[in-house]
Ligand binder design. Structure first.
Ligand code: GLU
Length: 477
């Protein structure tokens, strides 16, 4: 699903969206350029001996803004990785972190590789070697630059990176904080894997609490009963589709993957499709009657919510006019090009922008980093004490009711829920929900109160740039 050649590159697209917002601001001269430009991009070519020959790989780590350190952002393993893409993604990280108040600058990394072509052992060799190159230049470091998973990477790669850092920095007590998205048995946090999808769910819930926003989209009601088309059933798309269908009453009518799409107005079974995809590496063969060979066409089917959760640029000049969904939530980074954004805005489509919609990942990464630096899991000190205090209150209530002859009986279900102290997963979800609500309210205030702002993306940029600018100004720049 490549975008037409007439469109600007991904980085130019992000810059143009930035410029559009900044033209509505009154920044001190030169500051806007300082914020927009990418500070540095490091390119590395390294060789790994595989299958009897040396194979050379190209990787990048881009640092967009160091107004706060460490800088933060994932590492992507994909064949399409290039400098332009990594820089665009690093810029989005700067704005994303500012918007959700994760105290980081923006960065991103990438390795040109198709991970499906290599065994787990080969991937470990390659990942460790790439990590070695970045660690020795402090481009992976708990105080300076903290990667995380992105497309093509996950817990496994993060565990290798953390271990590589420990091997090279044996006395650094905070070494495990050099990367987030690790498995829980290697310093990770509960709820990180689901975090981006969970954040998408919380973002949509928050949108449907905003009556004015819902009206602007020409929609009504709540999330319950809404139809959703999901593009990409990877980690983000899968979790978002799962939570929306299982917990919010949404019907997933379309799922688009790289080799086609499944479309069924009566709803698709997300769990079994994901299981099929994991086993066979393709959606083909799952349900012949619902298969649409030209998957991208399903982006144009009628639905309430279109949820692109894979690559950048999938909604572009070639199809934006035909997109029918009144609401798009950008679970991926950059799925709507700047040209398509213009067309959709004109049509009145509401877009919940990437820098907000997919910020759940970095938000929970922030919690993981804090957990690693504090060397204790969230809730460990308070949980049982909280339970004891709740028990005290219930005992007293029951005693009073018996004394007064009322004989109140609290339902076992209520008691069970009330008594239970929050564990790490609940605390992570609560922190994420709070973050998504606070950021939405800041964006929505700008969106609804300024006559010169007619979309959420511009509002998000305004809120984020304001924060980055304030941080530069506080430093005396
Ligand atoms: N790769 C994710 C993103 O694009 C997560 C970044 C992180 O957790 O640092 O937001």
């Amino acid at each position: 699903m490549s975008q037409p050649a007439s469109e600007p590159s991904f980085r130019e697209s992000v810059d143009q969206m930035f410029n559009r917002a900044v033209s509505l601001m009154d920044l001190s001269p030169g500051l806007e350029e300082k914020i927009r430009v990418c500070n540095a991009t490091y390119t590395v070519r390294f060789g790994v001996r595989l299958r009897g020959e040396i194979k050379t790989f190209t990787g990048y780590r881009s640092v967009h803004s160091e107004h706060m350190e460490p800088v933060k952002g994932g590492i992507r393993f994909a064949l399409g990785v290039n400098q332009d893409e990594v820089e665009a993604l690093a810029a989005l990280m700067t704005y994303k972190c500012a918007l959700v108040e994760a105290p980081f600058g923006g960065s991103k990394g990438g390795l040109c590789i198709d991970p499906r072509e290599y065994s787990a052992q080969e991937m470990e060799l390659i990942t460790r070697r790439f990590a070695y190159e970045l660690i020795k230049r402090d481009l992976i470091n708990p105080a300076q630059n903290v990667p995380a998973p992105d497309m093509g990477t996950g817990e496994r790669e993060m565990a290798w990176i953390a271990d590589q850092f420990k091997r090279m920095n044996t006395t650094d007590i905070n070494g495990v904080a050099c990367v987030t998205g690790k498995p829980t048995n290697a310093g990770g946090i509960q709820g990180r894997t689901e975090a981006t999808g969970r954040g998408v769910q919380y973002a949509l819930r928050e949108f449907f609490r905003d009556a004015e926003g819902v009206k602007k989209a020409g929609m009504s009601g709540t999330l319950d009963g809404k139809t959703v088309i999901v593009q990409g059933l990877g980690n983000v798309g899968y979790h978002a589709a799962k939570f929306l269908s299982e917990e919010d009453g949404c019907t997933i009518t379309g799922i688009i993957e790289r080799d086609g799409a499944l479309y069924d107005p009566n709803g698709l079974d997300v769990e079994s499709l994901r299981a099929w995809l994991m086993k066979h590496g393709t959606i083909v063969g799952f349900s012949d009657s619902n298969l649409v060979e030209d998957g991208a066409k399903v982006l144009e089917e009628p639905c309430d919510i279109l949820l692109p959760a894979a690559l950048e640029g999938v909604i572009n000049l070639s199809n934006a006019e035909r997109v029918q969904a009144p609401l798009i939530i950008e679970a991926a980074n950059g799925p709507v090009t700047v040209g398509a954004d213009e067309i959709l805005r004109r049509k009145g489509t509401v877009i919940i922008p990437d820098m907000y919609a997919n910020a759940g990942g970095v938000t929970v990464s922030y919690f993981e980093w804090v957990k690693n630096l504090s060397h204790i899991r969230f809730g460990r000190m308070q949980r049982r004490q909280e339970e004891a205090r709740h028990q005290l209150l219930l005992d007293e209530l029951e005693r009073l009711s018996t004394d007064k002859g009322l004989n109140w009986q609290l339902s076992p279900n209520f008691k069970e829920k009330y008594l239970r102290g929050a564990d790490e997963l609940e605390l992570v979800r609560s922190g994420l929900d709070d973050t998504m609500r606070a950021a939405y309210s800041q964006m929505a205030t700008v969106w609804h109160s300024r006559d010169d702002v007619d979309d959420l993306r511009t509002a998000a940029y305004l809120v984020a740039i304001e924060k980055v600018a304030a941080s530069y100004q506080a430093k005396g720049l």
